[in-house]
Write a new protein. Sequence first.
Lengths: 305, 135
Amino acid sequence: MVDCDPEILKREMLSYHVKHGFVDADELLDFIDTYWKLRVPRAQVCPEHTPPAEYIVDSFFETVQDSVCWANRGGGKTLLGALSTWLDTVFKSGCATKILGGSQEQSKRMYEHLTGEGDGWGMVTQDFRHLLRGEMLAHRTVLNNQSNIQILTASSKSVRGAHPQKIKLDEVDEMDPNIYEAALLVPQTKRGIKASVQIFSTMHRTYGLMDQVISEAARSGYKVYKWCIFDVMEKCPEWRVCDECELWEDCQGKARHADGFYSIEDAISKKRQVSRDTWLCEMLCFQPSQEGLIYKEFDMALHVV
Amino acid sequence: MVIDGGEVSEIASYFSVSEKTIYRDIRDAEVINRHAVQNFDQDKFLGESISFWLQIRWKSMRDSELAREENAKIGHRRNAITAQEKLEKSLQDRGLLNKVPQELKVTGILMEKAEARAATREYLKTINELSGKNG
């Protein structure tokens, strides 16, 4: 019997990539698929959107310094944030990352994606445990290669202190604008690793912080990665008939080319449950919902002199 | 005492004899030891060893047949199996019985080659698929 022990092979391959990095985007994405059974959607589904894989590749190879990921609910923002953080931490020596969640719950979710607790995917699998220096703590994880991750809830205290190379702001729409401003000053280039600010959020508040970030993205030098539910949806099988599908209105057959993870059944169910405004805003990443405003039809351009 | 690290002068003093006498005794001991080793018949020893384990196995099997209680039968058979294993191992260690490898571990793959890395990833992904997706 020939036994190619998968654990030994994984260890040897990991050790190679820790020393030599990755040749190109395909190798990186294939590695992610192999080690975490996570297929980051690569297909261009909506022509005006960005496949999530592009964010992971740009972040790892540092071709983009500052970025905003504007994506739908359940679109994998926190998961991809945890993934890009872990890739930086493992494969770049001395890379420090500070992650600030919009709420304590949001920070906890990011941590769970690293550890695999709760609904978390579990980036720190057994294959990577030997790289850890000590135990993983809820607020701090340190590796033998001098890299570390701090996961904190956004507060005036958490944005002070050390200056890591990377800062990730998860769900900025929930953040205090003053803390957000202070957080932008945190990252600093060190040890050959570029400083970067990465923002992840849905845009669910009219004139909220995310709305402001997106409006000023071009001026601030942020690259905007935007993906909606169709960009992360599983490939629509041939047996589904478009004419009878409840998603046809928004899909128009795009899901036939998708290669993501979001269940079509879940998408149909969500569409039935929520209002059209919420669906457009939170799942298709259209303009924020104007529900709750006094005059829904109010238009700044039209009604303000 | 020499083997235990005693100095020749100390030993001579202890027995109240000359150092020359001690040196002569050491030389005689070495000659006797060499003679004993040369006369050791390895083939004979191995034959006796094989015979010993075969007897243990045979007697254990007979005792198992004769025993009335089930637990005793099992105990004797276990002894017979152990004797058989010892015998096989003894013969394999001496190269008298070929050992067919039960598994072959492939390690030390040349990860420098992109093709080798791609093939390894494909193999690991197949293992992943067979073992079920994460979620």
